[in-house]
Design a protein around this ligand. Structure first.
Ligand code: ADP
Length: 632
């Protein structure tokens, strides 16, 4: 039988497993039992929905057999089984983890410990402890069986074989013990019992193993005889069916990690039951860190769905709204039809009611966290706040009321997070707007010339650090009737009547000069005007109502949009800056020079805004000329 080769990335992963120095090798058992449990779920579901595939529930089980003599550990299930094709597809390639990012990390030679932790490597983890693995499987509804064998990197074989019952039997030949690693541990009754208790206690099918029992010897009362007896090692009560008060944090954490492929404890557990028209139990988790592919288009969110304890489907998207799609976990309802399909799920009235109830609970949990455990909420927001923001934008503001109080922003006050409620509550009485400034870092924003006047007024400024922020408030318009206003857009609405009048007079006096400057810069700006927002800086580029400069920058990152989406820009000049006097002077004496200066100031304003300038060589030449002239 010719050996087949593993796909390249699987080979790399295997290599890592085989040479792993990961200290937590014992998780291999959890991974294999969890695969077996999934396979049993599938078989049971099939039995309930297909009359030709009936099965006795009592026959669904997992058996561990240890064989110290030939150093093998066998994990056998009566689950759905695999065909030869499925073996090829599921065991020859990286199944769950076959994402682009995972491959890339492998190629870049990521630290193996990280990878094992992050991606929870499933079946392959068995190679951490085994020198050879054999998988014999027979798929439900077929009478053929196949045997998959591999000793690791040099490939695998799949051959037809005999198997009397449906299901999968995995045999691990444990590696030889070394100085540091005692693989024979995994042949000990005590170790296996403990591992099952620790990681797989709530698997809903019995995990059975022969264990030694001592019973009194009937022929000799001073003696015990040791016999072997089957024992179910796990409690089998699904964790979510237990009383909250009976569950420890550690139990929640272990359950989450083993069931939802995370290596870190969850940040938040939401566990509740609802009785009534629609009864259900929810056990929901918010991960401590965003999954590595959370913001990728192909990330699959959703909850596991059970009906009366029977697993129906994974990643049921319709059970949790987009804005909270970072929540994982499961729902078990007594009122749902077993035959419910993904398509029906979308339209089903009961499912809609269920989803809406789940949404309210999550919302309440988040609000509660924000109120009572600020630090934890801020961490959550660092991980998933972006998703909440996207949702306000995506829903065209329809979800504004629901989500606006969950938003956090850094601000000019002290750099810490502030909610919109807190911001508006501490606004001075005369402040009419919510001011914000956009940039890629706090340091960059704090240097923005446009900030000066607002800050001088004693008004707090929200820092918009995410590209999506301005788009979000363009959908929100206001918060509690307080409009959002960019420090670098349109009229700031800051001046007193007197100041306004003074500015208008200045504008009138210098009208011709400003017009000439505007003409010199051309269509790149819609106006050159006297600024009301500058204190120490000479010029600033602002945008008119509509698209902001920040939005233009974000949109032009997509090459398709380049040049198409442009903010209407206005060059503002500080009338109190000495450069203004210089401009007035050259306007009287040398208008060509005024035009040249207008160009230089425009370029400067672009640079400050982080926008590219049209002709850097020309700009540099002009600055050098000015230096030479100044020293003459
Ligand atoms: P994952 O379980 O995350 O998909 P694994 O590498 O652990 O990744 O398993 C790959 C696939 O192999 C599973 O998705 C499943 O289809 C199949 N598989 C593994 N173990 C079994 C089993 N005991 N019975 C049936 N199918 C199995």
């Amino acid at each position: 039988m010719a050996k087949k080769q593993f796909k390249a990335e699987s080979k790399r992963l295997l290599e890592m497993m085989i040479n792993s120095i990961y200290t937590n090798k014992e998780i291999f058992l959890r991974e294999l039992i969890s695969n077996a449990s999934d396979a049993l779920d599938k078989r049971w579901y099939l039995a309930l929905t297909d009359d030709t595939q009936k099965v006795d529930k009592d026959d669904l089980k997992i058996r561990l057999t240890r064989n110290e003599h030939d150093r093998t550990l066998v994990i056998e299930d009566t689950g759905i089984g695999m065909t030869d094709k499925e073996m090829e597809n599921n065991l020859g390639t990286i199944a769950r983890s076959g994402s682009a990012e995972f491959r890339q990390q492998l190629e870049e030679g990521a630290e193996n410990i990280d990878i094992i932790g992050q991606f929870g490597v499933g079946f392959y983890s068995a190679f951490m402890v085994s020198s050879k693995i054999e998988v014999v499987s027979r798929k439900a509804g077929t009478d053929e069986a196949f045997c998959w064998t591999s000793t690791g990197q040099d490939g695998y074989t799949i051959t037809p074989c005999e198997k009397d019952t449906v299901g999968t039997k995995i045999t691990l030949w444990l590696k030889e013990d070394t100085e540091d690693e005692k693989y024979s541990e995994y042949l000990e009754e005590y170790t296996l019992k403990n591992l099952v208790k620790k990681y797989s206690d709530y698997v809903r099918y019995p995990i059975i193993m022969e264990v030694s029992k001592s019973i009194p010897d009937p022929s000799d009362e001073n003696n015990d005889i040791i016999t072997q007896e089957d024992e179910t090692l796990n409690s089998m009560v699904p964790l979510w069916k237990k009383q909250k008060s009976e569950i420890t944090d550690e139990e929640y954490n272990e359950f989450y990690k083993s069931k939802f492929n995370d290596w870190q404890d969850p940040q938040k557990v939401i566990h509740y039951s609802v009785e009534g028209n629609l009864s259900y139990t929810a056990l929901l988790f918010i991960p401590a860190k965003a999954p590595y592919d959370f913001y990728n288009a192909d990330y699959k969110s959703g909850l596991q769905l059970y009906s009366k304890g029977v697993f129906i489907m994974d990643k049921a998207k319709d059970l949790v709204p987009e804005c909270f799609r970072f929540v994982t976990g499961l729902i078990d309802s007594d009122d749902l039809n077993l035959n419910i399909s993904r398509e029906i799920l979308q339209q089903d009235r009961q499912v809609k009611a269920l989803a809406s109830s789940v949404e309210k609970r999550i919302q309440r949990a988040l609000e509660d966290m924000l109120k009572n455990d600020r630090e934890a909420y801020e961490k959550l927001f660092d991980n998933f706040g972006l998703n909440i923001k996207y949702d306000i934008y995506r829903s065209f503001g329809a979800n504004k009321e629901k989500l606006q109080d969950l938003l956090l922003y850094r601000s000019s006050k002290d750099g810490s997070y502030v909610t919109l409620k807190e911001y508006t509550e501490r606004m001075p009485e005369d402040q009419k707007n919510i001011y914000f400034a956009s940039g890629t870092s706090v340091e960059d924003i704090e240097k923005l010339p446009a900030l000066e006047k607002v800050r001088d007024k004693g008004y707090e400024i929200l820092y918009f650090l995410d590209a999506v922020d301005e788009f979000v408030i363009s959908m929100m318009n206001d918060y509690n009737e307080k409009p959002f206003r960019s420090v670098s857009k349109g009229d700031l609405d800051l001046d007193s009547e007197e100041e306004k009048k003074e500015r208008e007079e200045k504008a009138e006096e210098n009208k011709d000069m400003l017009t000439m400057m505007k003409e010199a810069i051309g269509s790149r700006v819609s106006d050159v005007r006297i600024s009301s927002r500058l204190k120490d800086d000479p010029v600033v580029l602002v945008s008119d109502e509509g698209m902001s400069i920040e939005m233009e920058k974000v949109l032009s990152q997509n090459p398709d949009n380049r040049g198409m989406m442009k903010a209407v820009k206005i060059l503002e000049i500080n009338p109190d800056h000495p450069v203004f006097e210089t401009l007035k002077k050259v306007y009287e004496t040398d208008q060509e020079k005024l035009k040249e200066y207008a160009g230089v100031l425009y370029d400067q304003a672009c640079l400050i805004e982080g926008l590219p300038i049209d002709d850097p060589v020309e700009y540099a030449r002009k600055i050098t000329d000015l230096m030479v002239q100044a020293s003459k």
